[in-house]
Design a protein around this ligand. Structure first.
Ligand code: ZN
Ligand code: ZN
Ligand code: ZN
Length: 356
């Protein structure tokens, strides 16, 4: 809370209004239910923070009177008016990026003539730099995902003859068995591997195909996200070459991720290798995204982002090459920028692995 107030002063925000999304649990330990009933933390730069909350949700909040007061509202009353009262005459307001538009529009009717900012101008840089406990949580989440990756690479998950959807469900079950609250995965086989966010479907995986498996889940609230591309049978020479380019690009991206380096230069380090190999146009996406309480959050490892990496920044490095109608390759690890250099949290093998 103290760091938030300091950051608010730096950017000239008089009150921060936080509703659904990851900012609230990050600050208070309480995650608001995404409901038509408003939950909103009103955090003035110069006063007591108040959590406006539906009366029926209030028992779920662990109170911490030193950090914030609870203000439960009754069915039939107007919580937006309550928030507007708490804001008072404060002029420069920042609203949680994930807040429902209907609450913003109602607030703007009650509070005309104010300036509005994204709450992430305050919370983004603070959330991006993970503290020791958060890095421990991300490390544990990545280790759980690695145990599933090792089961995949070790041949414990039979791919050939199963649909992508079956494999996706199986990976999800294994993530839960390893401690994740839930597991999500992209499974793209054959030509579907050329679609980076392919939704696992009814396609039956055959012999002699690449399978891109991209998966992860939250453990104690913090997410993992890792990708391995395997091949069912002996891969052809062209695929081996393609895979080697992605493997080198991924490694160059990780090595570049030192404290002080700009996000876009990490992207450039991975992309350059793919460009040189002649596949630049087939690397369809940014090199990575921040990860923490959300799968995708600041900082984004993308052209145009000149934010320098700070100690504790956690993000993915996940270059890929996608040849439409043929096949694709992606390799993804979570990396933390630490004072003594980049630290990859995912440790499962990057080598092209043949499975059945
Ligand atoms: Zn993605
Ligand atoms: Zn992923
Ligand atoms: Zn990712």
């Amino acid at each position: 809370m103290a760091r938030i107030r300091e950051a608010m002063a730096d950017v000239g925000i008089d009150a921060l209004l936080i509703s659904v999304g990851a900012d609230l649990p990050w600050l208070t330990g309480y995650e608001a239910t995404p409901l038509e009933r408003l939950t909103m933390l009103v955090l003035p730069a110069d006063g007591q923070a108040v959590l406006v909350i539906p009366e029926l949700e209030a028992p779920r909040v662990e109170e911490d009177p030193e950090l914030f007061e609870l203000l439960p509202w009754k069915e039939g009353s107007d919580p937006v008016a309550t928030v507007a009262d708490l804001v008072g005459r404060r002029a420069h307001l920042a609203l949680g990026d994930r807040t429902w538009a209907r609450f913003l529009i109602q607030l703007q009717r009650y509070l005309p003539g104010r300036t509005w900012e994204f709450a992430s101008v305050v919370t983004g840089p603070l959330r991006a730099a993970k503290d020791t406990a958060e890095i421990a949580a991300l490390t544990a989440a990545s280790a759980a995902a690695d145990r599933v990756a090792n089961q995949l690479l070790g041949g414990d998950i039979r791919l050939v003859g199963h649909t992508e959807a079956e494999i996706s469900a199986e990976i999800g079950r294994r993530l839960v068995a390893e401690g994740c609250a839930q597991g999500g995965s992209i499974v793209g086989s054959g030509s579907n591997s050329a679609s980076p966010h392919h939704g696992a479907g009814d396609r039956v995986i055959g012999p002699g195909e690449p399978v891109v498996c991209d998966f992860g889940g939250p453990l104690d609230g913090y997410f993992s996200d890792t990708t391995r591309t395997v091949f069912t049978g002996e891969p052809p020479a062209e695929f081996i070459e393609l895979y080697a380019v992605v493997q080198e690009a991924q490694s160059l991206g990780v090595q570049a991720a030192r404290v002080g380096v700009h996000c876009e230069d990490v992207d450039r380090a991975a992309r350059r290798r793919i460009d040189e190999a002649g596949y630049g146009a087939a690397f369809l996406h940014r090199t990575g995204h921040g990860i923490g309480l959300e799968v995708h959050e600041d900082p984004y490892i993308v052209t145009g982002n000149d934010t320098p990496l700070a100690s504790g920044y956690a993000f993915t490095v996940e270059p890929g090459i996608y040849l439409a109608g043929q096949y694709g390759v992606r390799i993804e690890d979570v990396v933390v920028a630490a004072e003594d250099g980049p630290c990859a949290l995912n440790r499962s093998s990057h080598d092209l692995t043949v499975v059945d």
